[in-house]
Design a protein around this ligand. Structure first.
Ligand SMILES: Cc1cc2nc3c(=O)[nH]c(=O)nc-3n(C[C@H](O)[C@H](O)[C@H](O)COP(=O)(O)O)c2cc1C
Length: 473
């Protein structure tokens, strides 16, 4: 999704990390990024959120990763069959729930059947088929060992594939003119003011269904170029009304949504958090100063935590842009350092790039953040946090997949965990396994293009692991 617009080339992300593994040619495999053995106790400290009063049992956060594992409508079937949780979706979350992760944020959960990020997205528009009960079962297994479970609510705006979103809406009529993983993006039209009001209401309705389903809270997705980021960014918000111009106006919809969620879910212990771009890495885009100003306002609006991230489909961010952050692993740590001292209550997580216990501990002890978000490494190894806390491993699995393909390759791993049929999870530190996957991805991409405008798969290539973890057996 967001970061991988280029073709199947480029460095692997492993190339960005200093590591002293015993890679000596051959197929590699079973290799972790190495870091010094450090005292990890700070990662195990609880964190209490200021407004909900809820406490995360440790400092880890599983970053939202679109799973694309929910049931979808068949050809000719009504689209409101979409988005119903499957056993695979549930098993994936059960595994993370077993993984000693303080906060587990579920990936892109959509508000509407016809405004989706991808085939397979979870959707909570209504409860016509008693799906809140199915989501409740997912929540129960995820929370069984004390993790907090948060739904990331999302609206794609202009950034959903044209085949699934032929008539998108956005802050204004600026089209996303790229092609990515076989997806094109249709020309959007600007939302009218009454439509903005109805979108705000949708957020409240879905939040209330999430509450009923047993989620502990909501993350309002304001990052990575989706609808709310389209309002925030001057590159996509060319409106001339009360939702345009200065940051206070560009962010108006976000604060309306927060107020609406609080109104629809009056439970004071329901967690409200936001993920936000610290920077957009594109000319005229959202700046770190915008991000800092927004965080101050989010604190006033009683948001429990912000998770800082960055980039859009157009300006990829999940790689190191500077030597100074490369050394510290986290891509956005310097932005977190700007923001955290400004906040007295709202907690700060930073997500992206953290790969070793040492990097995570340093991010916390340097004072840059209160918690660490982890994405791809938890697709490769759902128990990474548990293993780090137990002092059994000191770093994430290496990842030799070319960086531009990482969303797809991690997606394959998510599906392998969800299938849970004893095949294990592909090991991307194994060169042969990576080659098998790159080929499978090429084939799937071509096949997918060939059936357009029909969309019949998540786009995450199916691969049965030949080399990888068998520990889910
Ligand atoms: C397979 C995959 C799916 C993702 N889906 C989402 C998503 O649904 N929502 C979101 O905000 N970010 C999403 N991301 C971005 C991650 O949350 C995270 O910010 C990114 O992977 C960088 O963190 P990492 O370096 O620890 O992987 C996704 C990333 C991957 C790899």
């Amino acid at each position: 999704m967001e970061y991988d617009k280029s073709a199947a080339s480029g460095e692997s992300e492993a190339a960005a990390y200093p590591h002293d593994t015993d890679h000596v040619g051959g197929r590699g495999g079973k290799l972790r990024i190495q870091g010094p053995r450090v005292d990890v106790s700070v990662l195990n400290e609880p964190l209490t959120f200021p407004f909900s009063g809820r406490t995360a049992k440790n400092r880890f956060l599983k970053a939202p990763m679109t799973e694309r594992l929910c049931r979808w409508n068949e050809e000719g079937q009504d689209i409101n069959a979409r988005g119903y949780p499957t056993d695979e979706y549930k098993l994936l979350y059960q595994r993370w729930g077993e993984g000693e992760i303080g906060v587990i944020v579920a990936g892109n959960l959509m508000l509407r059947y016809d405004a989706v990020e991808a085939f397979g997205n979870p959707i909570l528009q209504d409860d016509h088929d008693n799906r809140t009960e199915a989501f409740r079962q997912v929540a129960d297994v995820t929370k069984k060992n004390g993790s907090l479970f948060i739904a990331q609510l999302s609206h794609p705006g202009r950034q959903g594939s044209a085949a699934l979103n032929p008539n998108p809406v956005s802050a204004s009529d600026i089209q996303l003119k790229i092609s990515w993983a076989g997806n094109e993006f249709a020309q959007p039209r600007s939302l009218t003011i009454p439509e903005i009001h109805s979108i705000v209401k949708m957020w409240g309705e879905t939040a209330s269904l999430c509450h009923k389903s047993g989620f502990d809270g909501i993350q309002v997705h304001c990052a990575h170029g989706y609808l709310l980021a389209q309002f925030l960014s001057p590159t996509t918000n060319k409106r001339t009304d009360a939702y345009a111009g200065p940051l206070a106006n560009r962010s108006r919809i976000i604060f309306e949504i927060i107020a609406e969620i609080k109104r629809r879910v009056p439970d004071p212990t329901f967690i409200l958090c936001v993920n936000l771009n610290s920077v957009e890495f594109q000319p005229g885009g959202q700046t770190p100063q915008d991000c800092a100003a927004l965080c101050l306002k989010l604190e006033e609006a009683e948001v429990d935590f912000v998770d800082l991230s960055g980039g859009t489909f157009e300006g990829r961010a999940f790689e190191h842009k500077k030597e100074s952050t490369r050394a510290r692993e986290s891509y956005f740590i310097e932005f977190a350092e700007l923001v955290r001292p400004l906040l007295t209550k709202t907690k700060v997580y930073v997500t992206g790039g953290l790969r070793t216990a040492n990097g995570m501990v340093s991010a916390l002890t340097s004072g840059a953040c209160d918690g660490v978000g982890i994405g791809r490494p938890l697709a490769a190894d759902p128990f990474l946090c548990r293993e780090i806390l137990a002092g059994r491993v000191w770093g994430a699995m290496e990842n030799l997949v070319p960086l531009p393909l990482n969303t797809q390759s991690s997606g394959t791993q998510l599906h392998q965990v969800g299938r849970g049929d004893g095949e294990g999870i592909s090991d991307w530190s194994d060169r042969v396994e990576v080659e098998r996957w790159v080929l499978a991805n090429k084939v799937e991409e071509e096949r997918k293009k060939g059936v357009l405008p029909m969309v019949d798969s998540s786009g995450f290539p199916v691969l049965r692991a030949e080399a990888g973890f068998q520990y889910l057996r």
